[in-house]
Design a protein around this ligand. Structure first.
Ligand SMILES: C[S@@+](CC[C@H](N)C(=O)[O-])C[C@H]1O[C@@H](n2cnc3c(N)ncnc32)[C@H](O)[C@@H]1O
Length: 177
């Protein structure tokens, strides 16, 4: 929230992987009253992050379907009156990046599938859309697959130093082009 508040007005923020909205609603709260917008990108459909289809263990999160998760997210947006600062995109992250026409992104928060290949694909697709000196960050640094994907991406693209690892969250600043 502090990073988003520090962005200039009209800045664009993106979250990949929304679930019921906990982190995207925090990002949107930091935009309240400004011309900044948060794009909340998630297909809300079944996926596999290495342990079999996630639909197979939705019950442990107290839900029965991805549609129910989406409806809970929408209810949270309405309850907090944050709709004016959120653009919801119900589609996969990489597909959304391919058709992105909204301009340079100032901050992207990556929290979609934690599979190594998925995190790598999100980084390859979205980092080119982030403005120089913009922030690329995400959740679950403690996941081996996430950490390896971020470290390998930074190794493949020298200049993006991982600068701000913080507890379970990771981040780097996009190098000047
Ligand atoms: C760990 S949860 C996100 C948690 C959320 N950020 C929060 O604050 O609670 C992962 C989410 O990624 C979504 N997801 C899976 N594959 C995706 C993809 N290809 N693009 C975008 N989101 C995806 C899932 O539907 C799920 O809602």
């Amino acid at each position: 929230m502090r990073q988003v508040r520090a962005l200039p007005d009209r800045a664009l923020v993106v979250e990949l992987g929304v679930w019921q909205g906990r982190s995207v609603l925090a990002l949107a709260e930091a935009c309240r009253g400004t011309a900044k917008r948060v794009f909340a990108i998630d297909p809300w459909a079944d996926y596999d992050e290495g342990g079999g289809p996630v639909s197979g263990y939705l019950a442990q999160y107290g839900v029965t379907s991805f549609e129910e998760v989406y409806q809970a997210y929408r209810a949270h947006c309405r309850h907090l009156a944050l709709d004016p600062w959120i653009v919801t995109v119900r589609a996969p992250s990489v597909e959304t990046a391919r058709t992105w026409r909204h301009g340079p992104v100032s901050l992207v928060f990556i929290d979609a599938s934690h599979h190594y290949d998925a995190v790598s694909a999100d980084l390859e697709a979205w980092v080119p859309l982030v403005r120089p000196d913009g922030i690329v960050c995400g959740d679950d640094w403690e996941w081996d697959s996430v950490r390896r994907a971020v470290e390998d991406f930074v190794a493949r693209h020298p200049g993006h130093a991982i600068e701000l690892p913080c507890d379970n969250t990771w981040a780097f600043v996009v190098k000047p082009r």
